[in-house]
Design a protein around this ligand. Sequence first.
Ligand SMILES: NC(=O)c1ccc[n+]([C@@H]2O[C@H](COP(=O)([O-])OP(=O)(O)OC[C@H]3O[C@@H](n4cnc5c(N)ncnc54)[C@H](OP(=O)(O)O)[C@@H]3O)[C@@H](O)[C@H]2O)c1
Length: 323
Amino acid sequence: MFKYLREYKWSDMQQILANDRAVQKTSSVSMAGRQCVITGCTSGVGWEAAQVLASFGAALTLVNRNAEKSEKACSLLREKYGVDCSFLIADFTRPAEVHAVANTLLHRPEPVDVLINNAGTFSTRRVLTAENLELVFCVNHLASFILTETLLPKLRKTPGARIIQVNSQGHRFNGLRPDDVHFSRRHYTGMRGYGAAKTAQLLCTWEFADRLAGSGVTCNAMHPGAVRSAIGEENGRLYRWYKHHFVDRSLKDPHISGLAIHYLATSPELDGVTGQYFNLTMPETPAPHARDRELGRLIWTISQDLSIRTKPQEAGACTIYDV
Ligand SMILES: NC(=O)c1ccc[n+]([C@@H]2O[C@H](COP(=O)([O-])OP(=O)(O)OC[C@H]3O[C@@H](n4cnc5c(N)ncnc54)[C@H](OP(=O)(O)O)[C@@H]3O)[C@@H](O)[C@H]2O)c1
């Protein structure tokens, strides 16, 4: 950790500290008539964001792995806020399912005005998916890459569309090595794995922003605050004990994340602002390793190769559930 801190400019460290204490910006812009796609909204940050966006009138499409929780969430959003809500199911450890969701969203008539890549996970152990991909990299980065890249042609047709990558200050732990993204040749720790995945997502955020330049579509990343959520609950008993007794006590209400996502999705101040990292709503300089554009191009190529490798021959479609 101290090794990384040495790479920071003093002014960047001051900015991080100031942002943590800052009064956050909010937006009062209506989202009526706007279509938002949001991943991982059965709990925590995603659920709060879905509620705030719905309270501003957005039509929502949820992408989750659990059908029962999704049905409950959609019914609640419809009943409480009177908005349209539908959902699609994909387990982000299975890229083929993400491809199917992306393909379905690409071909349905509704536009995507806001794409929020939020689903994420944290693992204390190195776990491999069925395709031998490191799980945290696969869920936090590769899935968001596949979804965003597939939807680019559609997003380009919607000037003013915004992509929001729910990233993390955890990117500062780095861990990303382009020759070993799945940790086959080195020791895995939870923070390294999480840092690697979040760094990969940030580096690709700058790449997406470049590819969308001139289209009127923006792509930004954000840290949603240190907030109470279910992240990490799939780990062992010891980790969960530590989380419940030490970590959770210092965390904030995830409502602040929902408000920040609404601000990033709608604020006129951010018209045309792209390729930025925000700590909630405050612009912030990411870690030096996450600004290495040469590394970013490499990670883009690796991600694209993985996306192609995991894409089923028949670009399948999946059900859109309207409860
Ligand atoms: N909480 C924080 O303090 C914090 C700080 C920085 C960044 N973040 C980021 O915020 C985002 C949301 O996390 P959270 O803290 O709100 O955690 P959370 O409460 O655990 O929510 C994570 C969401 O992602 C979904 N998800 C997990 N694994 C999945 C998979 N394999 N396939 C599809 N969906 C999956 C979960 O679905 P299930 O309900 O089915 O598990 C849930 O809807 C993540 O990207 C996280 O890295 C959070």
